[in-house]
Design a binder for this molecule. Structure first.
Ligand code: NDP
Length: 310
Protein backbone atom coordinates (compact mmCIF):
# COMPACT_ATOMS: atom_id res chain seq x y z
CA UNK A 1 0.00 0.00 0.00
CA UNK A 2 1.38 3.44 -0.89
CA UNK A 3 2.09 5.99 1.83
CA UNK A 4 -0.79 8.40 2.56
CA UNK A 5 -0.13 11.78 1.01
CA UNK A 6 -0.43 14.81 3.32
CA UNK A 7 -0.35 18.42 2.17
CA UNK A 8 0.23 21.41 4.47
CA UNK A 9 -1.43 24.65 3.39
CA UNK A 10 -0.72 27.01 6.27
CA UNK A 11 -0.28 30.52 4.97
CA UNK A 12 -0.09 32.32 8.34
CA UNK A 13 2.71 32.20 10.90
CA UNK A 14 5.70 30.11 9.82
CA UNK A 15 4.35 28.99 6.44
CA UNK A 16 3.62 25.62 4.89
CA UNK A 17 7.26 24.46 4.59
CA UNK A 18 7.93 24.56 8.35
CA UNK A 19 4.66 22.74 9.05
CA UNK A 20 5.47 20.11 6.44
CA UNK A 21 8.99 19.64 7.82
CA UNK A 22 7.77 19.11 11.39
CA UNK A 23 4.83 16.94 10.39
CA UNK A 24 7.06 14.75 8.22
CA UNK A 25 9.25 14.12 11.27
CA UNK A 26 6.20 13.26 13.41
CA UNK A 27 4.57 11.06 10.72
CA UNK A 28 7.38 9.14 8.98
CA UNK A 29 4.84 6.68 7.52
CA UNK A 30 3.26 9.46 5.42
CA UNK A 31 4.46 11.45 2.43
CA UNK A 32 4.21 15.04 3.66
CA UNK A 33 4.68 18.10 1.45
CA UNK A 34 4.07 21.81 1.58
CA UNK A 35 1.31 22.98 -0.72
CA UNK A 36 2.38 24.36 -4.11
CA UNK A 37 0.30 24.83 -7.26
CA UNK A 38 0.33 21.75 -9.49
CA UNK A 39 1.25 19.23 -6.75
CA UNK A 40 -0.66 15.91 -6.98
CA UNK A 41 -3.82 15.79 -4.86
CA UNK A 42 -3.43 14.65 -1.24
CA UNK A 43 -5.34 12.30 1.05
CA UNK A 44 -5.10 14.60 4.06
CA UNK A 45 -4.69 18.35 4.40
CA UNK A 46 -3.39 20.43 7.28
CA UNK A 47 -4.68 23.95 6.85
CA UNK A 48 -4.44 27.35 8.38
CA UNK A 49 -5.81 30.17 6.25
CA UNK A 50 -5.33 28.03 3.10
CA UNK A 51 -4.84 29.81 -0.23
CA UNK A 52 -7.93 30.65 -2.26
CA UNK A 53 -8.92 27.73 -4.51
CA UNK A 54 -6.88 25.28 -2.39
CA UNK A 55 -9.81 22.94 -1.77
CA UNK A 56 -10.97 23.09 -5.39
CA UNK A 57 -7.66 21.43 -6.37
CA UNK A 58 -8.00 18.63 -3.76
CA UNK A 59 -10.59 16.15 -5.08
CA UNK A 60 -9.61 13.13 -2.96
CA UNK A 61 -9.28 14.42 0.59
CA UNK A 62 -10.29 11.97 3.33
CA UNK A 63 -9.97 14.49 6.16
CA UNK A 64 -8.85 18.06 6.83
CA UNK A 65 -6.91 18.99 9.98
CA UNK A 66 -7.23 22.59 11.13
CA UNK A 67 -4.04 24.00 12.65
CA UNK A 68 -6.07 26.25 14.98
CA UNK A 69 -8.96 25.93 17.43
CA UNK A 70 -11.42 28.12 15.49
CA UNK A 71 -12.63 26.61 12.22
CA UNK A 72 -14.49 29.61 10.77
CA UNK A 73 -11.56 30.33 8.41
CA UNK A 74 -11.34 26.74 7.13
CA UNK A 75 -15.10 26.56 6.61
CA UNK A 76 -15.07 29.87 4.75
CA UNK A 77 -12.25 28.53 2.54
CA UNK A 78 -14.65 25.78 1.44
CA UNK A 79 -13.81 22.45 3.08
CA UNK A 80 -15.59 20.05 0.70
CA UNK A 81 -18.95 18.79 1.99
CA UNK A 82 -18.71 15.32 3.54
CA UNK A 83 -14.98 15.61 4.31
CA UNK A 84 -14.41 15.56 8.09
CA UNK A 85 -12.82 18.72 9.51
CA UNK A 86 -10.82 18.10 12.69
CA UNK A 87 -9.62 21.00 14.82
CA UNK A 88 -6.98 21.56 17.48
CA UNK A 89 -8.13 21.13 21.07
CA UNK A 90 -6.10 23.14 23.55
CA UNK A 91 -2.63 22.13 22.26
CA UNK A 92 -1.08 24.72 24.57
CA UNK A 93 -3.69 27.39 23.90
CA UNK A 94 -5.65 26.82 27.13
CA UNK A 95 -2.83 28.05 29.36
CA UNK A 96 -2.27 31.12 27.16
CA UNK A 97 -5.97 31.94 27.14
CA UNK A 98 -6.11 31.59 30.93
CA UNK A 99 -3.13 33.96 31.28
CA UNK A 100 -4.67 36.53 28.95
CA UNK A 101 -8.15 36.62 30.44
CA UNK A 102 -6.81 36.54 34.02
CA UNK A 103 -4.56 39.48 33.18
CA UNK A 104 -7.47 41.45 31.71
CA UNK A 105 -9.84 40.66 34.59
CA UNK A 106 -7.25 41.42 37.29
CA UNK A 107 -6.13 44.65 35.57
CA UNK A 108 -9.73 45.79 35.61
CA UNK A 109 -10.45 44.68 39.18
CA UNK A 110 -7.29 46.25 40.57
CA UNK A 111 -7.48 49.33 38.30
CA UNK A 112 -3.91 48.90 37.13
CA UNK A 113 -4.73 50.95 34.02
CA UNK A 114 -5.76 53.86 36.27
CA UNK A 115 -2.54 53.57 38.28
CA UNK A 116 -0.47 53.42 35.08
CA UNK A 117 -2.10 56.65 33.89
CA UNK A 118 -1.55 58.21 37.32
CA UNK A 119 2.11 57.23 37.27
CA UNK A 120 2.53 58.83 33.84
CA UNK A 121 0.93 62.00 35.20
CA UNK A 122 3.15 62.00 38.31
CA UNK A 123 0.21 61.28 40.67
CA UNK A 124 0.22 59.13 43.85
CA UNK A 125 -3.43 58.45 44.71
CA UNK A 126 -4.50 55.15 46.29
CA UNK A 127 -8.07 54.18 45.47
CA UNK A 128 -10.53 52.21 47.60
CA UNK A 129 -10.03 48.43 47.39
CA UNK A 130 -12.37 46.38 45.15
CA UNK A 131 -13.31 42.75 45.69
CA UNK A 132 -13.57 39.97 43.09
CA UNK A 133 -16.95 39.08 44.62
CA UNK A 134 -18.34 42.29 43.10
CA UNK A 135 -17.10 41.41 39.61
CA UNK A 136 -18.94 38.29 38.50
CA UNK A 137 -17.43 36.91 35.29
CA UNK A 138 -19.71 35.58 32.56
CA UNK A 139 -18.06 33.36 29.98
CA UNK A 140 -19.76 33.06 26.60
CA UNK A 141 -18.82 29.52 25.54
CA UNK A 142 -17.57 26.96 28.04
CA UNK A 143 -15.64 24.68 25.72
CA UNK A 144 -12.05 23.46 25.79
CA UNK A 145 -10.62 26.97 26.26
CA UNK A 146 -13.51 28.49 28.23
CA UNK A 147 -13.15 25.79 30.89
CA UNK A 148 -9.44 26.57 31.32
CA UNK A 149 -10.26 30.25 31.74
CA UNK A 150 -12.98 29.48 34.30
CA UNK A 151 -10.56 27.37 36.33
CA UNK A 152 -7.96 30.15 36.40
CA UNK A 153 -10.45 32.86 37.39
CA UNK A 154 -11.98 30.72 40.10
CA UNK A 155 -8.58 30.65 41.80
CA UNK A 156 -8.81 34.43 42.25
CA UNK A 157 -12.30 34.32 43.77
CA UNK A 158 -14.31 35.71 40.85
CA UNK A 159 -17.89 34.40 40.88
CA UNK A 160 -18.49 32.58 37.60
CA UNK A 161 -21.31 31.86 35.20
CA UNK A 162 -21.32 30.67 31.60
CA UNK A 163 -23.49 30.46 28.49
CA UNK A 164 -23.50 27.40 26.24
CA UNK A 165 -25.60 25.94 23.42
CA UNK A 166 -26.43 22.68 25.15
CA UNK A 167 -27.47 22.26 28.81
CA UNK A 168 -24.90 21.31 31.44
CA UNK A 169 -25.72 19.45 34.59
CA UNK A 170 -22.19 18.99 35.86
CA UNK A 171 -20.89 22.50 36.46
CA UNK A 172 -19.73 23.95 39.77
CA UNK A 173 -21.27 27.31 38.76
CA UNK A 174 -24.44 28.40 36.92
CA UNK A 175 -24.51 27.59 33.22
CA UNK A 176 -27.23 29.21 31.11
CA UNK A 177 -28.10 27.81 27.78
CA UNK A 178 -29.67 28.74 24.46
CA UNK A 179 -31.39 31.95 23.38
CA UNK A 180 -33.65 32.00 26.43
CA UNK A 181 -30.66 31.74 28.77
CA UNK A 182 -28.72 34.65 27.26
CA UNK A 183 -30.38 37.64 28.95
CA UNK A 184 -30.52 36.06 32.44
CA UNK A 185 -26.84 35.13 31.99
CA UNK A 186 -25.92 38.71 31.08
CA UNK A 187 -27.99 40.23 33.89
CA UNK A 188 -25.58 38.79 36.48
CA UNK A 189 -22.34 39.47 34.55
CA UNK A 190 -19.94 42.35 35.16
CA UNK A 191 -16.93 40.98 33.27
CA UNK A 192 -18.04 39.46 29.97
CA UNK A 193 -15.57 37.10 28.27
CA UNK A 194 -16.33 35.95 24.73
CA UNK A 195 -14.91 32.47 24.02
CA UNK A 196 -17.42 31.33 21.41
CA UNK A 197 -16.75 29.86 17.99
CA UNK A 198 -17.87 32.12 15.16
CA UNK A 199 -21.00 30.62 13.62
CA UNK A 200 -24.22 31.93 12.09
CA UNK A 201 -25.74 31.74 15.58
CA UNK A 202 -23.00 33.62 17.43
CA UNK A 203 -22.11 36.36 14.92
CA UNK A 204 -22.93 39.76 16.45
CA UNK A 205 -23.84 38.32 19.86
CA UNK A 206 -22.21 41.32 21.57
CA UNK A 207 -24.54 44.09 20.46
CA UNK A 208 -26.66 46.93 21.79
CA UNK A 209 -29.28 44.92 23.70
CA UNK A 210 -26.87 42.34 25.08
CA UNK A 211 -24.42 45.01 26.25
CA UNK A 212 -27.31 46.90 27.85
CA UNK A 213 -28.27 43.78 29.81
CA UNK A 214 -24.92 43.59 31.66
CA UNK A 215 -24.41 44.86 35.21
CA UNK A 216 -23.36 48.54 35.33
CA UNK A 217 -19.70 49.43 34.69
CA UNK A 218 -19.05 46.18 32.89
CA UNK A 219 -15.89 45.12 31.09
CA UNK A 220 -16.05 43.27 27.76
CA UNK A 221 -13.17 40.95 26.90
CA UNK A 222 -13.26 39.47 23.38
CA UNK A 223 -10.73 36.73 22.70
CA UNK A 224 -12.85 34.81 20.16
CA UNK A 225 -13.52 36.49 16.80
CA UNK A 226 -14.05 40.14 15.88
CA UNK A 227 -17.37 39.42 14.19
CA UNK A 228 -18.89 38.46 17.54
CA UNK A 229 -19.00 42.19 18.30
CA UNK A 230 -21.12 44.81 16.58
CA UNK A 231 -18.43 47.47 16.65
CA UNK A 232 -20.63 50.56 16.54
CA UNK A 233 -22.74 49.18 19.40
CA UNK A 234 -19.63 48.59 21.49
CA UNK A 235 -18.46 52.15 20.85
CA UNK A 236 -21.89 53.51 21.76
CA UNK A 237 -21.95 51.49 25.01
CA UNK A 238 -18.48 52.80 25.93
CA UNK A 239 -19.43 56.37 25.01
CA UNK A 240 -22.69 56.24 26.94
CA UNK A 241 -20.95 54.99 30.09
CA UNK A 242 -22.76 51.65 29.98
CA UNK A 243 -19.43 49.85 29.64
CA UNK A 244 -16.37 50.69 31.73
CA UNK A 245 -13.99 49.28 29.14
CA UNK A 246 -13.18 46.65 26.56
CA UNK A 247 -10.17 44.41 26.02
CA UNK A 248 -10.12 43.24 22.42
CA UNK A 249 -7.72 40.66 21.04
CA UNK A 250 -9.68 40.29 17.82
CA UNK A 251 -11.39 42.70 15.43
CA UNK A 252 -13.68 42.34 12.45
CA UNK A 253 -10.87 43.41 10.15
CA UNK A 254 -7.34 42.31 11.02
CA UNK A 255 -4.94 44.05 11.10
CA UNK A 256 -7.19 46.80 12.42
CA UNK A 257 -7.15 49.55 9.75
CA UNK A 258 -5.27 52.78 10.56
CA UNK A 259 -7.65 55.42 11.83
CA UNK A 260 -10.16 52.87 13.20
CA UNK A 261 -11.77 54.37 16.33
CA UNK A 262 -10.72 51.35 18.45
CA UNK A 263 -7.06 52.28 17.96
CA UNK A 264 -7.14 55.43 20.08
CA UNK A 265 -10.19 54.85 22.29
CA UNK A 266 -9.23 55.59 25.90
CA UNK A 267 -11.39 52.75 27.24
CA UNK A 268 -10.18 50.08 24.81
CA UNK A 269 -7.11 47.91 25.28
CA UNK A 270 -6.10 46.24 22.00
CA UNK A 271 -3.85 43.29 21.27
CA UNK A 272 -3.13 41.89 17.78
CA UNK A 273 -4.83 38.45 17.96
CA UNK A 274 -2.27 36.95 20.30
CA UNK A 275 -4.40 35.73 23.20
CA UNK A 276 -3.58 32.10 22.41
CA UNK A 277 -1.17 31.40 19.57
CA UNK A 278 -0.94 28.04 17.83
CA UNK A 279 2.23 26.40 19.16
CA UNK A 280 3.62 24.43 16.24
CA UNK A 281 5.26 21.66 18.28
CA UNK A 282 2.14 20.90 20.31
CA UNK A 283 -0.09 21.31 17.26
CA UNK A 284 1.98 18.95 15.08
CA UNK A 285 2.02 16.28 17.82
CA UNK A 286 -1.76 16.52 18.22
CA UNK A 287 -2.45 16.49 14.48
CA UNK A 288 -0.16 13.49 13.94
CA UNK A 289 -1.93 11.55 16.74
CA UNK A 290 -5.38 12.45 15.40
CA UNK A 291 -4.41 11.59 11.82
CA UNK A 292 -3.15 8.16 12.91
CA UNK A 293 -6.37 7.56 14.88
CA UNK A 294 -8.42 8.58 11.83
CA UNK A 295 -6.45 6.20 9.60
CA UNK A 296 -7.14 3.38 12.06
CA UNK A 297 -10.84 4.15 11.68
CA UNK A 298 -11.29 5.44 15.24
CA UNK A 299 -13.58 8.32 16.26
CA UNK A 300 -11.45 11.47 16.56
CA UNK A 301 -12.21 14.17 19.14
CA UNK A 302 -12.39 17.70 17.81
CA UNK A 303 -14.29 16.65 14.68
CA UNK A 304 -16.47 19.58 13.67
CA UNK A 305 -20.22 19.06 13.48
CA UNK A 306 -21.15 20.62 10.11
CA UNK A 307 -24.68 21.36 11.33
CA UNK A 308 -23.38 23.51 14.23
CA UNK A 309 -20.35 25.02 12.47
CA UNK A 310 -17.93 24.23 15.33
P1 NDP B 1 -15.13 24.74 21.81
O1 NDP B 1 -15.79 24.27 20.57
O2 NDP B 1 -14.43 23.74 22.67
O3 NDP B 1 -16.19 25.49 22.72
C1 NDP B 1 -17.18 26.32 22.19
C2 NDP B 1 -18.17 26.70 23.27
O4 NDP B 1 -19.09 27.65 22.71
C3 NDP B 1 -19.00 25.51 23.77
O5 NDP B 1 -19.22 25.60 25.16
C4 NDP B 1 -20.31 25.70 23.00
O6 NDP B 1 -21.49 25.19 23.64
C5 NDP B 1 -20.43 27.21 22.94
N1 NDP B 1 -21.32 27.63 21.86
C6 NDP B 1 -21.20 27.40 20.53
N2 NDP B 1 -22.27 27.90 19.86
C7 NDP B 1 -23.08 28.45 20.80
C8 NDP B 1 -24.33 29.11 20.74
N3 NDP B 1 -24.97 29.31 19.59
N4 NDP B 1 -24.88 29.52 21.90
C9 NDP B 1 -24.26 29.32 23.07
N5 NDP B 1 -23.05 28.69 23.21
C10 NDP B 1 -22.47 28.28 22.07
O7 NDP B 1 -14.10 25.90 21.37
P2 NDP B 1 -12.71 26.34 22.04
O8 NDP B 1 -12.95 26.59 23.49
O9 NDP B 1 -11.62 25.41 21.66
O10 NDP B 1 -12.43 27.69 21.25
C11 NDP B 1 -13.35 28.77 21.29
C12 NDP B 1 -12.98 29.83 20.29
O11 NDP B 1 -11.85 30.60 20.73
C13 NDP B 1 -12.54 29.34 18.91
O12 NDP B 1 -13.65 28.97 18.11
C14 NDP B 1 -11.80 30.53 18.36
O13 NDP B 1 -12.67 31.36 17.63
C15 NDP B 1 -11.32 31.28 19.61
N6 NDP B 1 -9.86 31.30 19.70
C16 NDP B 1 -9.22 32.51 19.71
C17 NDP B 1 -7.85 32.58 19.84
C18 NDP B 1 -7.15 33.87 19.97
O14 NDP B 1 -5.91 33.90 20.00
N7 NDP B 1 -7.83 34.98 20.09
C19 NDP B 1 -7.03 31.35 19.88
C20 NDP B 1 -7.81 30.13 19.92
C21 NDP B 1 -9.17 30.12 19.80
P3 NDP B 1 -21.67 23.61 23.93
O15 NDP B 1 -20.74 23.33 25.10
O16 NDP B 1 -23.09 23.49 24.28
O17 NDP B 1 -21.25 22.91 22.68
Amino acid sequence: MSAPRVVCACTGGHGSERWAEDLAAALPEAEVAAWAPGRPPADYAVVWMPPKDFFAAQPRLRAVFNAAAGVDGALAAGVPPGVPLIRLEDAGMGAQMAEYVTWAALSHLREFDVYAAQARAGLWRPRPPRRPADFPVGILGLGVLGRRVAEALRGFGFPLRAWTRSPRGDSAFPVFCGEEGLMPFLAGTRILVCMLPLTDDTRGVIRRDTLAALLPDALCINVARGAHVVEEDLLAALGGGRLAGAVLDVCAEEPLPPGHPFRTHPKIVLTPHVAAATLRGEAVAQIAAKMRAFMRGEAVSGTVDPACGY
